[in-house]
Design a protein around this ligand. Structure first.
Ligand SMILES: CC(C)(COP(=O)(O)OP(=O)(O)OC[C@H]1O[C@@H](n2cnc3c(N)ncnc32)[C@H](O)[C@@H]1OP(=O)(O)O)[C@@H](O)C(=O)NCCC(=O)NCCS
Length: 175
């Protein structure tokens, strides 16, 4: 088993892998068009030529990236594909010089094993603004926020990066 960067022809397999976990809210839906647009975010794990897992690293800026759309096929679970995937995404985050990697999850024990720590969602205002404000479950969210590295002091890329707390206030006003 090995990880490699995804290519456009992998988009269908990635869509299928994600689809399986949308119904119960484990993963957010990613339409094929969105997967294609963001294919360079994705890493896949292959076993004997078959794609058995995928995940993405979404870059917010030097201060933050998010690991998302992590999934491994049922028959490949428990054989190390998940760890290979996370290691590859963290390597990419280091290559990009990102100082903090975050994720939202219902399985904190898995990500705890990978070195992530639990944090309040409000510590990650980029994520709050990008996804949480649009989420139908935002008032009943059962996901745990986790991070690795140095928590960001600013949010968003702009000519004048705002203090993270300012973004939290904006997010609350929009809620
Ligand atoms: C979570 C998932 C990616 C793990 O993949 P995997 O290939 O089975 O994981 P690995 O075999 O690499 O396991 C690595 C370690 O994590 C542990 N682990 C695996 N799944 C776990 C879970 N759900 N909770 C806690 N620990 C878990 C393993 O026991 C192993 O521990 P070890 O290194 O101490 O032996 C896979 O179960 C999956 O696709 N789940 C459904 C989708 C999902 O929940 N995605 C995450 C959304 S945030």
């Amino acid at each position: 088993m090995h990880a490699r960067s995804a290519k456009l022809p992998d988009a269908f397999a990635i869509e299928h892998l994600i689809q399986v976990h949308i119904g119960d809210g484990t993963l957010l839906p990613r339409p094929l068009s969105e997967i294609c647009e963001n294919i360079r975010d994705f890493t896949v794990v292959e076993n004997e030529g078959e794609i058995v897992g995928c995940g993405a690293l979404h870059l917010y800026g030097l201060h933050l990236a998010e690991i998302r759309s992590i999934t491994v096929t049922g028959k490949s679970k428990g054989k190390g594909a998940g760890r290979i995937l996370i290691d590859a995404l963290l390597k990419e985050a280091r290559r990009q010089s990102v100082t903090c990697v975050c994720l939202f999850t219902r399985i904190p024990d898995f990500f705890g094993r990978m070195g992530f720590q639990v944090v309040e969602k409000e510590a990650l205002p980029d994520k709050l603004l990008k996804d949480c404000m649009k989420c139908t479950r935002r008032n009943a969210c059962d996901e745990i926020a986790m991070y690795m590295g140095t928590l960001p002091k600013v949010a968003g890329i702009s000519r004048r990066p705002r203090a993270a707390q300012e973004y939290v206030q904006i997010a609350r006003q929009q809620a």
